[in-house]
Design a protein around this ligand. Structure first.
Ligand code: COD
Ligand code: ZN
Length: 376
């Protein structure tokens, strides 16, 4: 029996409060309105950004259905939707691509004005929610919300992918892989033969290491305070691993020493801390080094740095979703994965049934996992 046009009752992991486990609840998912798409989620990864909400570092309105790194199949579409149809395999886009705003039209940016990241409203573009639980409306998370059996997204925030692609792997192209890999190849524009330092070796940082390698970097320093991350970093392309806790000197001085006083050509901060953002900047070449911020620091924080670091010529940039224009890039990245141009397996350390989502968060927090994929 078709569910199109009807409210679907299903399971979702609801974030009611910060610093509390998610609660698996029965929720109602309304049918998609005009220009919206309802998706049956089949696989979703747990990313640190989801945990930033639960820790309180990333302030958003609650209650909310989190999750933003996912893949699924279209269940039904609202009026006027032409980009996907029921049965299509899709990836939801946490950075939408409307195609009409200045960033979408410019070749220089990818942060579509339809995004719900810069000022999180936690609602569909029309200002309403499609989720309810126990009579209460639940917020959507950064245009996606994937910790649920069914979600509704705007047509600007979903893209069709190759139906042959394994959803439990390519869901990572919806965030972690593309964010890290793109930060290196697109935002930093790492050059062949250059030296790089990647701060933070989670799923996103390891993907940045892969990007540095693919761009032909000759030395890639993998920096983390958890040495258990090092074997994996070496496996995906790092040439040297550095634990800041092994040194008395600040890590930027250590990296200068390791590069004969030059500093690295490119540094990428993939942790989300202001101290490591400043250290990454100070680690790159004084005159032509480029440092890219990939992490988001806690909502209330500010950064203090010596302006001389920039005056002498360094470039400091930020990167959202690896600089990719999401609708254009994701199907191509999926094809590249199918064509074996890069691997995703090293990033996936655990697979769990959706109901065990809180165990997945515990493993991320304890540093045991890189990516846990939840299947439905
Ligand atoms: N020095 C060195 N390494 C550190 C330090 C430190 N002081 N503190 C923590 N680390 C290491 C941890 O041991 C860990 O290995 C790594 O840093 C972080 O990895 P994860 O697994 O916690 O995180 P990821 O890879 O899932 O996500 C990292 C982000 C920076 C992307 C995330 O934290 C973030 O800030 N996201 C917001 C930015 C963004 O683009 N969001 C949109 C969707 S992701
Ligand atoms: Zn993410």
């Amino acid at each position: 029996m078709s569910t199109a046009g009807k409210v679907i009752k299903c399971k979702a992991a609801v974030a009611w409060e910060i610093k509390k486990p998610l609660v698996i609840e029965d929720i109602e998912v309304a049918p998609p309105k005009a220009h919206e798409v309802r998706i049956k989620i089949l696989a979703t990864g747990i990313c640190r950004t989801d945990d930033h909400v639960l820790s309180g570092a990333f302030a958003v309105p609650l209650p909310m259905v989190l999750g933003h790194e996912a893949a699924g199949v279209v269940e039904s579409v609202g009026e006027g939707v032409t980009c996907v149809k029921p049965g299509d395999h899709v990836i939801p886009l946490f950075v939408p691509q409307c195609g009409n705003c200045n960033p979408c039209k410019s070749t220089r940016g990818n942060l579509c004005y339809q995004n719900d990241i810069s000022h999180v409203r936690g609602l569909m573009p029309d200002g309403t929610s499609r989720f309810t639980c126990k009579g209460k409306s639940l917020h959507h998370f950064i245009s996606t919300s994937s910790f649920t059996e069914y979600t509704v997204v705007h047509e600007n925030a979903v893209v069709k992918i190759d139906a042959a692609a394994p959803l439990e792997k390519v869901c990572l192209i919806g965030c972690g892989f593309s964010t890290g890999y793109g930060a290196a190849v697109q935002t930093a524009k790492v050059e062949r033969g250059s030296t790089c330092a990647v701060f933070g070796l989670g799923g996103v940082g390891l993907s940045a290491v892969m990007g540095c390698k693919a761009a032909g970097a000759s030395r890639i320093f993998a920096v983390d305070i958890n040495p258990k991350k090092f074997p994996k970093a070496l496996e995906v392309g790092a040439t040297e691993c550095v634990n800041p806790l092994d040194y008395k000197k600040p890590i930027n001085e250590v990296l200068y020493d390791l590069t004969d006083g030059e500093g690295v050509d490119y540094s990428l901060e993939v942790i989300g801390r202001t101290d490591t953002m400043a250290a990454a900047l100070a680690s790159c070449h004084e005159n032509y080094g480029t440092s890219v911020i990939v992490g988001i620091a806690p909502s209330v924080s500010e950064i203090c740095f010596n302006p001389l670091l920039l005056f002498t010529g360094r470039t400091w940039k930020g990167s959202v979703f690896g600089g990719w224009k999401s609708k254009d890039a994701i199907p191509k990245l999926v094809s590249d994965f199918m064509g074996k141009k890069f691997v995703l397996d090293p990033l996936i350390t655990h697979t769990l049934p959706f109901e065990k989502i809180n165990e997945g968060f515990d493993m991320l927090r304890s540093g045991k996992s890189i990516r846990t994929i939840l299947t439905f």
